[in-house]
Design a protein around this ligand. Sequence first.
Ligand SMILES: Nc1ncnc2c1ncn2[C@@H]1O[C@H](COP(=O)(O)OP(=O)(O)OP(=O)(O)O)[C@@H](O)[C@H]1O
Ligand SMILES: [Mg+2]
Length: 484
Amino acid sequence: MRVFPETRSISGKLIRMNLLVSGTALVLACVAFFSYDLISFQQSRIRTLAAEARVVGSNSVSALLFNDKEAAQSTLAALSSSPDIMGAAIVTNDGKVFAEYRSSRGGPMRWTPLPPGRRQMNWVSGSQVLLAQQITFQGTTEGTVYISAQLEELGQRARQYLAIAAVILLFCLAAAMMVTAMFRRRVAQPIVALAEMSRAVSRDRDYSLRAPPSRERDEISVLIESFNEMLTQIEQRDVALRHAHDALEERVQERTTELKAANRELEAFSYTVAHDLRGPLDAINGIGFLLQKDYAGSMNAEGREMLENLRRFSAKMAGLIDDLLHLSRAGTTNLERSTVDLSVIAASIADELKTAEPDRNVYFKIAPGAIVLADAGLIRVALENLMRNAWKYTSKLLSARIEFGYKRAGSQIFCFVRDNGAGFNPEFADRLFKPFQRLHTQGEFAGTGVGLATVQRIIARHGGRVWAEGAVDQGATFYFALDS
Ligand SMILES: Nc1ncnc2c1ncn2[C@@H]1O[C@H](COP(=O)(O)OP(=O)(O)OP(=O)(O)O)[C@@H](O)[C@H]1O
Ligand SMILES: [Mg+2]
């Protein structure tokens, strides 16, 4: 199993923190103890040196009084038994060196006069000590003895202490690491387990998981319990949400079924009404035709005009009923798909239009080879509506242009019918496909407003979509996309 970076980091942090704390405490303790020891050692050595200086001083009194340099010299030479004494000198009151001793390692002796009133003094610089002791006889100062020492033992001690401190530090850090490792299991393990579990929850969205409870009663156990409680709440809410969703889905399903049934009933009703109206209307139209043919001569001008209007309106009503029947059929008839050449259909519709109104000057451009898998009857109705619209809405132009084109993209075919006619306000482009919605008045262009609704229904039944682009007086383009 992968170890998360967070997991590593919390254990690592614990170890680092413990090592840092115990290491710092140990170093501080060692520094304090060793400093105290070194300072005490230095002071005790200085005290010994002072005692030696006093002995040398009292032994040199007679040598000074009798100006016996040799005796003074031999008194100083006794200092050779102390290996750390580098040199010594007896200086007279007038500042002259009376006798001098130099160890084999010692250099020339540098001394400083004692300040007035002082009988003894020492100067320390690192491990170098210079000690001055006044020589007095019966209350009179006879000279000063100087001893210079190099406390090498001090350096040696410091080095030893450093080595001891390093070993102690290593042992203590190893011990601290062991203790930390023991505590890490108790402190970090529950947090690591919680982190891994929360990762699994968010990755798998499995809210039934729970973090293992901690044996300790501390903030971590509170955190784990709260987290588990939170998961329980999420789980319960999930279940409630799923139930609500299922119930809603069921209700939507029910309503959809009801709506579909109501819609079917309505469609069947309007189809029956339209279909049943067609028969009597044909009869009225037929009677009107016979009246016009056989009795027009025996009528006055007003009667003939009324008969003419009767025939015109019944023909218009027949057209409207046909449109409604088309719209109704577009939604109900079974689809029988076959390979259909839309270019050929478009060309035949263009011929029909030109034959019906041969005086119009319309240039048709039809791209060949638009082959699709569709219901031949329905797709023809759709294309006919689009081309008839193009024909109708270019009728006010002296010279019009209508184009049928297409483009394939992947498994889809995008077809369009374009004209350079009256166009429409593009803001209302979506309205065009709703039944009885028209953007032009009857005065401008006659129509019922059912054609594009029929087109949309047919294209939708083929699993495609239809949309329009246009601008007032700049023509219109109607697109439809189908799976080819
Ligand atoms: N080629 C076009 N150019 C400009 N406007 C158009 C074009 N085709 C359709 N329209 C607009 O869309 C409206 C709806 O068109 P639709 O074909 O549904 O109805 P219609 O042509 O008015 O009547 P009908 O039901 O007889 O076809 C039209 O009234 C017209 O305003
Ligand atoms: Mg139309």
